[in-house]
Design a protein around this ligand. Sequence first.
Ligand code: NCD
Length: 355
Amino acid sequence: MRSLIDILDLSVEEIDALISDAESIIADPGRYADCCRGKQLAALFFEPSTRTRLSFESAMLALGGQVLSVTGAGMSSVSKGESIADTIKTVSCYADIIAMRHPQDGAALVAANSTQLPVINAGDGGHNHPTQTLADLLTIHREKGRLGHLAVGVCGDLKYGRTVHSLIAAMSRYPGIRFVLISPEALRVPDYVTDGMNRMGIPYTQTASLENALPDLDILYMTRIQRERFFDPALYEALKDSYILTADKMRLARPDMCVMHPLPRVNEISVAVDSDPRACYFKQMFNGKMMRMALIRKLLSDPATPAPRADLYHHLRCMNPRCVCQTEQELQPAFFRVPGDKEIYRCLYCEMQAR
Ligand code: NCD
């Protein structure tokens, strides 16, 4: 069955269709109240979550389906050392579709490779978060009426912020997109993200100044500094309040700029900004449920199974300590060559450069 591990698993046309399905669901939710009757979603959350888990569960219930949940690695056999593959094989006996969040980069791909059921990546470490991107795209489409020809600022922890990685990959496929990447030097996007923009010929600038970037933006996507992904707590303390969007700073922005945030916010957006009509972050939460409804429907009815990649290499080492390939039992590390460059290989699971 079809899975959603990386946002690029969906074509632009499929994303357009999901947006239009989500609009139909918003207009007439009653029409969809039975379409997943008899189907069960397993929500496996091995990392904290409020919005993503509840919106998946609420989406499945609103489609007439049922939900099985595991929250926290401590509450399942994962805490006894069970592998991701065995956990997923177990869940596959009880459910029809799986949404999984896991702290390791690449965990969702391991899950998808261990089952015939559709697997939805609800966040894999600091790597990707494609369903947040679906929520973000519907929000931008509803607010701006288009997904192309936009200046998009992303601000905060661009290194570990998985929502940003998926958003940049998705938006790079629309015409006329320009990114302004606003972060401290130590929290810039990983090079697999800049590689993607370079390959697509997307213009982008990197800056540390939110104030300088603000006047030029159509979208400002704020993110939290991801404390749980830092190896050095002192570095987190030094960087945690790098950016705080206040009502005062909003005066620098265009009158029709959208402020977005996947939430939770820690300190990055003052509460005073909430009443600004440009604040869209609470709309994103609602839109997330609608896009997840559209996605669950699609994946449960899409028999296509993509062919496994043929162009893999196995003679290298992944250097990323957070990659699932470091711990998953008997997982064969696998690497792909970056197109156009003979020298660079990336880990299939986490996309970090291999040696
Ligand atoms: C994000 C996540 O989990 O990556 N939250 C979400 O899913 N809405 C952002 C974050 O935790 O900072």
